[in-house]
Design a binder for this molecule. Structure first.
Ligand code: NDP
Ligand code: GUE
Length: 263
């Protein structure tokens, strides 16, 4: 529902990639004014459909809808977004389960490039249920020392300069400037912001100022960084959920630490 630019980018990317790998996907585009009961009825119908192995409710929802009961309505076995409280509980307890796609994608990216996590000082800017919080749990499970910063953090730069591993998910274009980054640090830019450009269409840019490339040891681009990893992890979660449903095993066996994609 709605036309949030990051959400639109996600819907486009995953429909394309699902088709590419041979997963069937259906977009249910609901009018802005759809009542909550109607949305819940659709989720119940998808929960009950044996041909559907994964259900993802795009966020943000329009303001008249309360997101928590909607996310809670998704059958935990089909929770490929990893946002159901059952999935959250598994994550924080360090148990196998479906992991939120963006945090899991960040972990897979770090593993792929051989960037260390255990023993590193990780600072996350942003504490949303979608990115910051679950990423804190994954990094903690992987033995990083984790700090969560947010809009009420005084002197953000003093906190981010402590980081060996800096992950930014604030939704503020170019919030992180070169002076806020320790030389050689690994910087992961999760932000997807649409900013005005010459074409009038607007272009996508991250939460990290381009000048940080001159300071960081490694920096992910936007677009072409965490976004595609999120899509890849969603496909991975869908396969894991389908396998678990077909085996009628109670629990998808997600590999930990690597984030899932590499094993
Ligand atoms: N690449 C990808 O795959 C994905 C990208 N995104 C993008 O990542 C960004 C974050 O998304 P999401 O977590 O959903 O966003 P939310 O708006 O839900 O959360 C933003 C977080 O950043 C904090 N924040 C905002 N401004 C500042 C600031 N000036 N200084 C410090 N902290 C700040 C907020 O603090 P507080 O809690 O105090 O309000 C909040 O915790 C967005 O750009 C989004 O589009 C999101 C999901 C996936
Ligand atoms: N329930 C829910 N789960 C989410 O995980 C979720 C969500 N709602 N709402 C929106 C945000 C944002 N998000 C993106 C994922 C991938 C790209 C992506 O693939 N971006 C590409 C393509 C950009 C382009 O279109 O040019 C890139 O960055 O290179 C973008 C954004 C997931 N989110």
């Amino acid at each position: 529902m709605g036309d949030d630019p990051a959400s639109v980018a996600y819907v486009r990317g995953k429909a394309r990639k699902a088709a590419e790998v041979g997963l069937r996907s259906t977009v249910h585009a609901l009018p802005e004014a759809t009542p909550q009961a109607e949305l819940l009825a659709l989720i119940a119908q998808l929960n009950a459909d044996p041909a559907v192995h994964g259900v993802l409710v795009q966020l943000p929802l329009p303001v008249h809808l309360d997101p928590q009961p909607v996310l809670d309505a998704v059958l935990p076995a089909k929770d490929v977004d990893g946002l159901h409280p059952v999935s959250t509980g598994h994550l924080w307890a360090g148990q196998p389960g479906l992991r939120p796609c963006t945090p899991a994608g960040v972990m897979a990216l770090l593993a792929f490039y051989g960037l260390p996590v255990a023993g590193q000082r990780a600072v996350i800017v942003g504490r949303s249920a979608l990115v910051g919080r679950p990423l804190a749990a994954l990094l903690l499970n992987a033995n990083a020392t984790v700090t969560l910063a947010h809009s009420r953090t005084p002197d953000l730069g003093a906190v981010t300069r402590e980081a060996d591993l800096l992950i930014v998910a604030a939704g503020r274009a170019h919030l992180i400037t070169p002076d806020m980054v320790r030389p050689g640090a690994t910087v992961i830019d999760v932000g997807i912001n649409r900013v005005p450009d010459e074409t009038g269409q607007g272009r996508l840019t991250g939460d990290v100022h381009p000048g940080v490339a001159g300071v960081a040891g490694a920096l992910t681009p936007v677009p072409g960084g965490v976004g595609p990893m999120t899509v890849a992890q969603l496909l991975m979660n869908t396969v894991l959920a389908a396998e678990a449903q077909q085996a009628q095993s109670p629990q998808p066996q997600t590999p930990e630490v690597s984030g899932g994609l590499l094993r």
